[in-house]
Design a protein around this ligand. Structure first.
Ligand code: SAM
Length: 234
């Protein structure tokens, strides 16, 4: 795993020395995965590529170029992707890991303590409920594998300040999802700035990040309760 991580980080122009804390995080996830469901990916090489280097690819984007003091929230972080690798690779970032499953958040608290990431906030909440306290207070929101883009925008964009960005990690087959989300993006105060297709280093998988800028405040009536968001996506 360490070799794949070192080569991958070098390809991304990131600090190869971060391979060690990333591998240590992988060890913690895979150990806990024996007793609770954190990930279906248990092969070490696949884990390195599909979880760690996929997350690391975000850290190499210009949007993360000046992370000093930036407040970020990873919505539906699960076992900590992409939030924990991002925090390891961009130590200046103030990271909040948000998930609606309490056991996963408990794991993340223990893992962050073990990794010495004492400034990471691990929050057990639904994103649409967390908006009551975290509204428009983040420079950056990230999310991977949580919901279709129209739903995801309502979970994430209310948390982002005007001038901040939401980075949605998607597959390269997300063209129709992106057009389906056009109304939601606009209604919630966003604007699609760009989409970036990137090859995960050392493998043959290509993923996509959709960069949505927050250009105006989200109207107060959003986010709605989850039942409404799901039943009637914007
Ligand atoms: N982002 C991680 C990844 O890519 O490996 C985890 C993905 S997992 C498939 C989806 C996670 O989103 C779950 O841990 C679930 O508890 C969380 N989730 C789903 N809906 C949510 C919501 N409304 N607010 C917060 N977390 C949510």
């Amino acid at each position: 795993m360490l070799d794949i991580l070192r080569v991958g980080l070098a390809e991304l122009g990131l600090d190869e020395a971060k391979a060690e804390p990333l591998a240590e995080f992988a060890r913690l996830v895979l150990e806990k995965n024996r007793v609770m469901n954190l990930t279906a990916i248990t092969d070490e090489a696949d884990f390195a590529r599909l979880h760690l280097l996929d997350s690391a690819a975000l850290a190499s984007l210009p949007e993360l170029a000046e992370p000093e003091g930036a407040r970020a929230v990873d919505v539906g972080t699960g076992a900590g992707f992409p939030g924990v690798p991002l925090r390891i690779l961009c130590p200046g970032i103030q990271m909040t890991l948000l998930d609606s499953t309490g056991k996963r958040v408990d794991f993340l608290r223990d893992a962050c303590a073990a990794l010495g990431l004492s400034d990471v906030a691990c929050v057990h909440a639904r994103a649409e409920e967390f908006a009551a306290e975290g509204r428009e207070s983040f420079d950056l929101a990230t999310s991977r594998a949580v919901a279709a883009l129209p739903v995801l925008c309502e979970l994430c964009l209310p948390l982002v300040r005007v001038g901040g960005r939401f980075l949605a990690m998607k597959s390269t087959q997300s063209d129709s999802e992106l057009s389906d989300a056009a109304r939601a993006v606009e209604t919630l105060g966003g604007r699609v700035a760009r989409t970036v297709d990137y090859a995960i280093p050392t493998g043959d998988v290509t993923h996509r990040v959709i960069v949505i800028e927050k250009v105006k405040p989200t109207p107060a009536k959003y986010p709605r309760a989850f039942g409404q968001i799901k039943k009637k996506p914007l």
